[in-house]
Design a protein around this ligand. Structure first.
Ligand SMILES: Nc1ncnc2c1ncn2[C@@H]1O[C@H](COP(=O)(O)OP(=O)(O)OP(=O)(O)O)[C@@H](O)[C@H]1O
Ligand SMILES: [Mg+2]
Length: 123
């Protein structure tokens, strides 16, 4: 998906704790030619990576308590700019997502093993 990106996409990454959202972001970044260590932002809500084929904005909105915190990031410039936005826990800020946002849903199923993941795109 990273390799196929053209710019302007917003992916809403949704799933429980440790479901694989950051791992997905890491792989997506690799597809954009970004070799940085992708981790969730420790301070703030968004990390920017500008040395790939397209700018990548990696949000983790898990800790957001008030929607104003999202406004403070200037998120609109990210969502409506030419880069790619990946938003972990995007359901928390659902009302701010553009209509074009594509949901990627992650699920574990321990009965199928620790490493099993079900990933649904666009639902
Ligand atoms: N597709 C996958 N297949 C197997 N293991 C995975 C997969 N994706 C993630 N994992 C493993 O699951 C663990 C949690 O992954 P990750 O940090 O990506 O989850 P997360 O959804 O970002 O969690 P958080 O809710 O804390 O942000 C890691 O040990 C990771 O290696
Ligand atoms: Mg994560």
């Amino acid at each position: 998906m990273g390799r196929a990106a053209t710019g302007g996409e917003v992916y809403a990454l949704v799933g429980g704790l440790a479901a694989g959202k950051t791992a997905f972001a890491r792989g997506f970044a690799r597809g954009l030619g970004i070799d940085a260590d992708i981790t969730s932002p420790t301070f703030g809500i968004v990390n920017e990576y500008r040395h790939g084929s397209l700018p990548l904005y990696h949000f983790d909105v898990y800790r957001i308590k008030h929607i104003q915190e999202m406004e403070d990031t200037g998120y609109e410039d990210y969502f409506w700019g030419g880069g790619i936005s990946l938003v972990e826990w995007a359901d928390i800020i659902r009302e701010l997502l553009p209509p074009s946002a594509v949901f990627v849903r992650f699920e574990c199923d321990i009965d199928r093993g620790e490493d099993y993941r079900r990933i649904e795109v666009g639902i």
